[in-house]
Ligand binder design. Structure first.
Ligand code: URA
Length: 241
């Protein structure tokens, strides 16, 4: 907001011509560098907005993105789904949890992480002194893969622009990826989750903490200690004590 005021003052002081001249010089420079055009799609503008430039580009809302998603038929996962699982929580979240994809119960209810793994995720969120309403929860894909198989690359490709737009709209300080699939997809790596977890990474200027998936913890309760170590790092970074 202060930046918006600065810009307004600048205009009021009659610096508009200077600003136009700056833009023209920048365009000339880009032309000399071989630039032939610009991608001004809403996706690119929203990515730019996510880089802390909310004052310059208006950011779309989660409702806008949900409306645009519509009754999505962009990939084969639409054929077997009961409900699209868009995401839940607050648009003002400082922390987003990202899982893999909806399971049976999530598909039935249209809400993420509401089955057995979801109940454990709720406990993890409460252990870091937050509630589900204070964070945002979503998945790499929004429709249940049949038999809970991993989503396929073309299914992820169809869904990921919407996830990117959700992240841009919320613009959280932190993302916590749950399980190897979410971490590997978001961070574009093949490293195993055992190597990735417990370390902060960068995604569009947002700090990402990968940790184990709650469903994995249900099968391997001895790994809960590692998740708690990861959550303590997140709490510290979030300023929660
Ligand atoms: N597992 C996930 O990865 N996401 C859900 O929403 C539920 C279970």
């Amino acid at each position: 907001m202060p930046q918006r005021l600065d810009r307004k003052n600048q205009m009021n002081k009659g610096n508009f011509a200077a600003t136009v001249e700056d833009v023209r010089n920048t365009l000339r420079f880009l032309e000399q560098m071989g630039c032939k055009g610009f991608d001004a799609s809403s996706e690119v503008l929203n990515t730019l907005a996510a880089w802390g430039r909310k004052d310059v580009f208006s950011v779309e809302t989660l409702e806008d993105i949900r409306t645009d998603l519509g009754d999505c038929q962009r990939c084969r996962l639409s054929e077997g789904r009961t409900n699209i699982v868009f995401g839940c929580g607050t648009a003002h979240a400082k922390l987003i949890f990202i899982g893999e994809g909806p399971g049976y119960e999530e598909d039935r209810q249209g809400q993420p992480f509401v089955g057995a793994a979801g109940q454990l995720l709720t406990k993890i969120i409460e252990a870091i002194k937050l509630t589900r309403n204070q964070v945002y929860i979503c998945n790499i894909v929004k429709c249940r893969p049949p038999g809970n198989r991993n989503p396929m690359p073309d299914e992820i490709a169809a869904c990921s622009p919407f996830l990117r737009r959700q992240i841009a709209a919320i613009h959280p300080d932190f993302i916590c990826t749950l399980g190897s699939f979410a971490a590997q997809t978001l961070l574009e790596t093949k490293e195993p989750i055992s190597k990735l977890r417990g370390i902060f990474y960068d995604y569009m200027g947002i700090k990402v903490m990968p940790t184990y998936h709650p469903a994995f913890l249900l099968r391997n309760p001895d790994k809960k200690r590692s998740v708690w170590e990861d959550m303590k790092k997140l709490m510290k970074a979030l300023g929660i004590d």
